[in-house]
Structures are given as structure tokens and as C-alpha cells.
Design a protein around this ligand. Structure first.
Ligand SMILES: [Zn+2]
Length: 294
């Protein structure tokens, strides 16, 4: 089944909740970037969190999540939008660390425990919104939670998880985001907190055949959940040969002539999706002409 995200309200609107099955999306990221298991989990978790944050935006609005820790993974950069599209990359995709002390993939070991967690939202206004918090965990779910609490003042619980198979393919991937609205009673908060403590990872629940809907009902500790919207989610990159051509043009006519003379062409690789675009000598000559305006 293809990936989707559900948006819901519960407890008379005092609790807003999202859950997503992103198994295919993270599988595609894994294949495109050839990530090894620890890197797959680190990139996948960031993408799942970004998908859910992105789902709070309107359709055309978009955002970027940047995780810049001191671990061997290097920077993780993910773009998402209000339409369920996500793309992302991890600086060092070939990270495979021994399991951590509880027998799980050591995402913290790959990400690191200090550094910055940054969210930039392009809401179609003059200035993009930008919020930044320090990395507090490196496991990423807690880092999304901390960011929301501190930067956006929304008390939340965020869970993101990726189950990697022994052959490095993605078995399941998904997450949830629960947000408490102002005025919610302590009883509601206690009930949900208690349930969160006893809940296993979303990727395991998905592997057991649960759906975003059943997972949310279970997490919210009520059957009275009002599902507002179901949105397909997917790995999607908006790069094209034309877009990279504009980047080549910014090199200037002399640089382009050098590419023609020395390399007899050029290749551009998209960091987000790993698509490659070839520019022949004739393509480059045409770009140079554009600059010279002939
Ligand atoms: Zn791309």
C-alpha cells in the first residue's frame, strides 16, 4: 500500500494529532542515496518528522529541516511541504554503527549529541520563518519535540522510527506527532503521556499490520478520534536539467568555456535525489550564448 499521513483531532479539539506510514518514501530515499542502516534511520527519522511538520503547512508552503550534529553522519537536510512531498540527504550515507545498549539502531551515535536543529519555513511571505534549537538527544524524535516546545511553544510528543531489514532495505517507517492545545486538562495530558510510555515504536506497530489510524487511536487512548484528512506522502524532488542550467549560468561565461575546453561537458548531481544531468559541449555553448546575449 502506498504511503499516507492522517490528520486528526481528539478530546474536543484540545489534542491535534498526525500519524504517517512513510515506508515507501524512506525506501526510495534509501535506494537513491544508498544509505547504510544507521544512516537510513537517521535520514529516515528526519524525513518523517519533516513530513509531519510539513503537514501543518498550507499546500504551497514549504520548509527545510537541518540537523547539524557532531556525529559521523554529518549534516542531514530535508525539504518538505504542505502537499506531502519530501526529499532529503545525509552528508555521509555509508554509516553503519553497532547497535546501542538497548539493541536498537544507534541514531544518536551517527547524529551526535551536540549541534544545531534548524527549521526554516517558507510561507510565501517576504521573510522566511526560521527557528533553531540545540540538539538535545540525537535520537531525533526528542529533538523535534524539543524544537516544537521551545521554538514554536507547542507542547508536543513526536515519535519517528525506521525499521531496517538485515539486507539494509527498509521494512517499515513511520511516525506520530501529538500536540496539546492551550486549555487542555491535566487528565488528558496524563492519559496520553501514560499511553506514550507503554507504546512500542511505530515502525514495529506498522510491521505488525497496524495503520496510521489504529496507531493514533491507540496513542490517544480513545476511540473518539475525528480524522480530518488523509494525505498521500511521497519522496519527490523538483530538480530538472533546466534548474541546474541556471546554476551553471551563474558560473559565468569564462568558467563555462573552461568546462567546454577542459571537460568537454559537465555533469550536475542533485544532492537531494541523486539524479544526474549531463550537459554536452553544445548544451554548454548554448548556456554561454545566453549569458552573452547573442
Ligand atoms: Zn533532485
Amino acid at each position: 500500500m502506498s504511503d499516507y499521513l492522517v490528520k486528526a483531532l481528539a478530546y474536543e479539539g484540545f489534542v491535534r494529532a498526525y500519524a504517517v506510514d512513510a515506508t515507501e518514501t524512506i525506501s526510495e530515499a534509501q535506494r537513491r542515496h544508498d544509505t547504510w542502516n544507521t544512516a537510513s534511520a537517521a535520514l529516515g527519522r528526519t524525513m518523517i518528522g519533516a513530513l509531519m511538520l510539513g503537514a501543518t503547512l498550507k499546500g504551497e508552503d514549504k520548509m527545510t529541516v537541518k540537523v547539524e550534529g557532531d556525529g559521523p553522519a554529518g549534516a542531514i537536510v530535508v525539504d518538505s511541504n504542505g502537499k506531502g512531498d519530501v526529499k532529503g540527504y545525509i552528508k555521509n550515507p555509508h554509516i553503519s554503527l553497532p547497535l546501542n545498549e538497548v539493541g536498537k539502531i544507534d541514531v544518536r551515535g551517527a547524529v551526535g549529541t551536540s549541534g544545531m536543529f534548524t527549521v526554516i519555513k517558507d510561507l510565501g511571505l517576504k521573510e522566511p520563518f526560521s527557528g533553531q534549537t540545540p540538539i538535545v538527544s540525537g535520537e531525533l524524535g526528542e529533538d523535534f519535540t524539543y524544537y516544537l516546545a521551545v521554538s514554536e511553544q507547542i507542547p508536543s510528543a513526536v515519535g519517528v522510527s525506521v525499521l531496517v531489514d538485515t539486507d539494509d532495505t527498509i521494512k517499515t517507517a513511520g511516525g506520530f506527532m501529538i500536540q496539546i492545545m492551550p486549555g487542555a486538562s491535566d487528565e488528558i495530558i496524563d492519559q496520553i503521556e501514560l499511553r506514550l510510555k507503554e507504546t512500542t515504536r511505530i515502525s514495529t506497530l506498522l510491521d505488525e499490520g497496524q495503520t496510521p489510524e489504529t496507531i493514533l487511536k491507540s496513542l490517544l487512548a480513545t476511540d473518539d478520534v475525528d480524522f480530518l484528512e488523509t494525505m498521500p506522502v511521497q519522496f519527490k524532488c523538483d530538480c530538472s536539467k533546466e534548474k541546474f542550467a541556471s546554476a551553471i549560468i551563474t558560473l559565468g561565461a569564462d568558467q563555462i568555456q573552461e568546462l567546454i575546453d577542459q571537460d568537454h561537458g559537465a555533469e550536475a548531481v542533485c544532492a537531494f535525489c541523486n539524479n544526474k544531468y549531463q550537459y554536452s559541449e553544445a548544451d554548454l555553448a548554448e548556456l554561454k550564448q545566453e549569458i552573452l546575449g547573442e
